[in-house]
Write a new protein. Structure first.
Length: 255
């Protein structure tokens, strides 16, 4: 019994360390690559000068979050090894069609979870304790995308810890959702509008969240709490009424 516990604990620690390395590498590769591409190669002259001191703070907070996310991911791996989760590896178990269905369901559930969590974190009694770290840089950059207060990071991770006990899910849609979440978050924090005005007149621009949508949130804290879709913002009245026609301009506050 004691030997089994020590084996599980040692494997948990090794998984934690390995996953921390993966998460940190992912953060610097994707955020660094996006930063290089849009701030140096495709330089946006409307951006205010970068203040590296604030970016450094985002990096430090993101590294702390990486420790938390890696531990939560290690718990998921341990749960799977012990047979406690509904994760599975054989596609034949539910069929090929279920991979797509479970992936879409995962995004929909995560978007709903994030919306209500995010909106709650903006309550005056909770904001400074749970969400201030994500907004302290003012105008976002790619490095802001995973800069969260530690307790917020734990609450965000609880979604993935919980969903694997409820929804049968193959590791492919789970990993794909994590990749989508990472890339989506980085591009939503790029700090300027990536698309032409005509984009917001079609269904993609109306129902999917992009950098413009989330930049408005960083400037107007009482609007735009969604992650992937504008559905909950529209239904619950937190969508900017002038969103489709609003033109973002550079503001004097530096990031």
């Amino acid at each position: 019994m004691q030997q089994n516990f020590l084996f599980i604990f040692n494997k948990l620690c090794l998984d934690w360390l390995a996953l921390f390395g993966i998460i940190v590498s992912r953060y610097f590769l994707i955020c660094g690559g996006t930063h290089l591409l849009f701030y140096f190669i495709l330089l946006k002259p409307r951006r205010q000068p970068l203040i590296w001191k604030k970016i450094k703070k985002d990096m430090e907070l993101s590294l702390l979050c990486a420790v938390i996310f890696a531990f939560c991911a290690a718990l998921v791996v341990t749960g799977y090894d012990l047979g406690f989760t509904r994760l599975y590896t054989s596609i034949d178990k539910y069929g090929l069609w279920y991979l797509g269905v479970s992936f879409i369901a995962l995004l929909i559930f995560q978007d709903a979870y994030f919306y209500f969590m995010h909106r709650l974190f903006h309550h005056p009694l909770l904001f400074k304790k749970l969400h201030y770290g994500h907004h302290r840089s003012g105008e976002p950059t790619p490095w802001t995308s995973f800069a969260f207060d530690p307790l917020e990071a734990v609450i965000q991770a609880l979604f993935f810890i919980g969903i694997i006990f409820v929804l049968p899910i193959h590791y492919i849609p789970l990993l794909t959702a994590l990749i989508v979440m990472t890339v989506w978050a980085v591009f939503n924090h790029i700090g300027f509008d990536l698309f032409p005005p005509s984009f917001y007149s079609n269904w993609l621009g109306k129902w999917f969240i992009g950098s413009k949508h989330h930049l408005i949130h960083h400037r107007k804290y009482t609007l735009h709490y969604g992650l992937y879709f504008t559905f909950w913002d529209k239904v619950l009245g937190t969508q900017d009424l002038n969103y489709d026609n609003e033109k973002l301009v550079s503001i004097k506050k530096q990031i």
